[in-house]
Design a protein around this ligand. Sequence first.
Ligand code: GLN
Length: 528
Amino acid sequence: MKFIVVTGGVMSGLGKGITAASIGRLLVDLGYRVVPIKIDPYINIDAGTMNPFQHGEVYVLKDGTEVDLDLGHYERFIGIELTGEHNITTGKIYRRVIEKERRGDYLGQTVQIIPHVTDEIKSWIREVSKKKDAEICLIEIGGTVGDIESMPFLEAIRQMRIEEREEDFLLVHVTLIPLDAGGEQKTKPTQHSVKELRELGLYPDVIVGRCKEKLRESTKRKISLFCDVEVEAVISNEDCDIYEVPLKFREEGLDKVILSKLKLEKRRESKDWEEFVKRMKELREEISIAIVGKYVDVKDAYISIREALKHAGVAVGCRVNCVWIDSEKLENQSFNLEYDGILIPGGFGKRGAEGKIRAINYARTRDIPFLGICFGFQLAVVEFARNVCNLDANSAEMGKGGHCVIDILPEQRNIKELGGTMRLGEIEVTIKPGTLIHKLYGAEKIRERHRHRYEVNPDYIELLESKGLVFSGYSDNGRRMESLEIPTHRFFLATQFHPEFKSRPLAPSPPFVGFVRSALEFKKSKKC
Ligand code: GLN
């Protein structure tokens, strides 16, 4: 087993996750089985309770674990499906150690960070790599070198490096190379952060320098000299589209450096990724999609949706320009949403919900392509119930009473503890033949990921369907509605599940492909 560890210095937000994911892609393209592990040094057990305003999107894995959005990059770049074990947090490690201590497993010893916590970290990494049959385990350590929280993890990595053979271990350090006022590429922050790493007993084999522009040869030589890495192992990572990073790394010779340090052979050469990037860069057409949500100011809050639109765009042949619209701003004033499509993503709570309902009404009544996801699906039901069925309709989550067409299922209404009632992870959905969604997936059984608490209230299904709303997918033997559509509309589709989590550059998600295709056709029809 080989281990590649990715650490970061200077500051957070350098794109360590993209670096790690891109290394994963390079290795997959060379023919290796790669298993990524993300270490988040925070004390939370998982990202489920974390606020998107602070952390960006909560990504959901197939087993229902709620994780950091970097795991999404891993799945998209490496093309695999991960589970909760691929995400280690301080909370999870300490919970294990404390459980062992309570069971008496430590036989009366004093339980300490070294060796007990570090042992737990090492055995977690090794167990997962073995269980998942990895050839190469790729470990990204969240945070920046020098943070108190990441110390036990870096110490565990230091020990692993000694325990493993030289050719089985590689450390990649990602740093920032800022430009000064005169445009000079400054290496001092990199030197300092490598020094900090060395003080912890860790020595980088590769340095990836994030910079606005390509690193100059002189910059690379300087880093090589001061940081004690070979000049070929100083890799330039200039600003570019995330999907280009693996290709840029290859141009920089990172694949060769990794193969030679780990004493591995190139097994094959795959061009799929390159072709995807080529198609992406050659796109000429462009469509604009309005995304109406609550967290639109946080760049990363809807990252999987943005990426799914991009994947679908490449498949259909157009660039997708996302226009982010704050749902609260649509509440008390008139507005114009004349875009090629309108998308309502998932969300929680009553704030901004009325604005989303107005945006859905706009799309439905003006025949604008519409895709609703999770909360967007639920509010599409509310909109239809209000404006077509003439009910004083709401979702129970909005706290307004009236006809709760979206509610907790009757059998769950007495459960007081909200945390335990979230429906998470991949669940099988049955699709009704002959519907739009059936055409898109080309299957009657699909598996998609979920993250929700409320459902279409079964008491209203008959009424809604009698007025022209079609529930085209369901689960749980028909107890839960999973998708809806309006056959008389150009493209009106909403899903209770989150198709964005399974979209990959090389395997775009069917609802997104259908939506983007319809938006492109709509745009063209407007021109005629
Ligand atoms: N708030 C809604 C629910 O809990 C929808 C959740 C979501 O959009 N992810 O059911």
